[in-house]
Design a protein. Structure first.
Length: 222
């Protein structure tokens, strides 16, 4: 009895036959006249078309899985790039005179660290910590914004808007910070005492309302 054929039957081919057919296909003249740039462009457009098919519901299950995997890879790349950019930003901030380091301390913790350093005669480090205490205290009292990467001079300029009577001393404190941090100055007891005195008086100071703010609260009404 002859075997019954069910539809179109395609017999499997071996490895050698598959290689021969692939080589024959690649020798087709339509491939010989295609430049590398055209080939890359065609492949990219085909890939984008497949993604579009998936997005519109026309793709196969395999296409959907491939699209999901591609999206996960892209998200991983974006996350890595974002992390690297943030790390670079932190290093640039430190290199251009950023006031704070990577650790977040309270004003009281900065003061204790400053006093401990001063007791050891480490004046440069003590000056840095004391100005950081001033900066954190001003941020906590909303007299300056908590801006990441702020420099000492930016802090002094912003604080002087609310505390104009301290403008000169704040500018001097910023210079002292830069001198010991970036200028190689050793720091002195006098510089630290001046910074500590400024810190104490700033804690007791009250902001001065500007003319605009006074008017907004009715202070300018006659």
């Amino acid at each position: 009895m002859a075997p019954v054929q069910l539809g179109r039957f395609v017999s499997p081919i071996g490895r050698d036959e598959a290689a021969r057919q692939a080589a024959t296909e690649l020798l087709d003249p339509k491939y010989q006249h295609e430049s590398l740039l055209d080939l890359v462009y065609r492949r990219v457009m085909q890939f984008l078309g497949d993604l579009a098919d998936v997005a519109t519901g026309g793709g196969t299950t395999g296409g959907v899985i491939a699209a999901v995997l591609i999206m996960l890879i892209l998200l991983g790349v974006v996350s890595l790039v974002t992390w690297r950019l943030r790390a670079t930003s932190r290093r640039r901030s430190a290199a251009t005179g950023a006031l704070f380091g990577e650790r977040t301390l309270t004003a009281a913790e900065h003061r204790r660290a400053a006093d401990g350093l001063a007791a050891e005669g480490r004046w440069a480090e003590a000056v840095r910590e004391r100005l950081r205490a001033i900066a954190r205290d001003l941020e906590d009292r909303a007299l300056v914004d908590g801006m990441p990467g702020r420099t000492a001079h930016e802090l002094a300029a912003e604080a002087a808007k609310s505390l104009p009577s301290f403008e000169a001393e704040l500018a001097g404190a910023a210079r002292s910070f830069d001198d010991v941090t970036y200028g190689g100055a050793p720091g002195t007891r006098e510089a630290y005492d001046a910074m500590a005195s400024l810190d104490t008086r700033l804690q007791q100071a009250r902001p001065t309302l500007t003319t605009t703010a006074s008017s907004a609260y009715g202070g300018g009404a006659s």
